[in-house]
Write a new protein. Sequence first.
Length: 443
Amino acid sequence: MYKLYTFLIALSFSFCTLSTDSANDKNKNMMMMSLVYGMGSAGYVFISNTGRLDIVKHTNMSDSTYSGSIPFSVNPGEVACTANYHCYVGFSSTGDIGVIDASITSISTPSLLQTVTAQGKNPVHMYTNSDTNTVWVLNDGGSTTTTGCTFDSSVSIIKDASGNVNPATVLKNICLDQGHHKMAFSTSPNRAFISSITGNTIKVIDNDPTSSTYLTLLSTITLAAVNGVVAGPHGLAYSSVTKKIYNSNQTQGTVLEIDPTSYSQTIINTTKSGTAYVSEDGKYFVTKGSVTGTATTGTAGAITGKIITVRLSDKTVSSLDLPDVSPDNFFISPAGNRVFVATSLGYGKVPLYKDKLEVIDTTDPTSLKVLKEVTIGATQKNHRGTVGITHGSALMNIYIPSDVDGNLYVLDANGNISKTISLGGAPSGINSVSIGHLGTHAH
């Protein structure tokens, strides 16, 4: 699939007690990360840029200021952070993983602690699991077989220890099927689910450290073609309420509800599906897609974006059209009543607009409406992300980068631009994660 060269991560934490993680928090394939703040609280926003990781410091609950960068010889990709204040960054071109000290003091700045030698090829997405304090690196591989796994597709599980002396230890590298990968963790039972878009499978791995089969492959779920159309899985999420896994069969435009114990499946017909999110309360599922129109690429009517919700209690499906934009990653507010949607170039026909942030009212997830469409810097990339920083249940800021004008846009909880930070280069986020809620991500 594609390589991720740029990434936006919000890292927000406090010098006081962290909030309690829930199963849903660990599997938030969305841009929502929250932590308990206190007096003197602070955080960082990391933005992957060409040959560097830019750093924006977040203080006083709302202020954001540029505070430098970490240079690299290659472009940094996705980032995932642990409760030990370590952030792991992937390098797609080398396969290596960097470990960054992200602890905050009045004088400290993030720095590189360790480099983990490549365990696979083309690491793209990374997920953290707070129960085991591990980082799961999804190696998308390519068209060759040189690492012992077919097409070099694998997942590398890294244990993160406290302290700043070589905290990362590779526990295992497990082969996956070919293609771009997504994953989610279930907590009842403790398992990891990893999809392969080309292989059309979901691998199930034991994630219970007390089990005799910890970190071994339990099962492979083969996703069936329907009327000759392959599944094309491209999004996984877990609901702590229904205790089910939700898999987006993007090519088929459906969602599968999967029992994590029996692997029984229920098809939810959503017409479109892709990046997968479950709301903070675990009660509804959100995904996205687009419909190609007859108009010339880059003009009005070429693309209509769609936001789709599923109320999980009764599987009621609702959708909202977003004319002339291609929706990408989301941030769902902690109250669940707002979805902030980053737009991008997408795939296929080019949308008319590539410079919008859509603010969706999801107070009633069965009756969606656009509250505001905000004009920000454009993108020329297939993907970009947006991330929010929260204080308890209150949303403080939204961050979204532009690879065209080189700016980071900071918006308040109402979607108003409060600040524009000039970064230069070509910053463009694809995922986010924070220490407070140890889940990821999207795309």
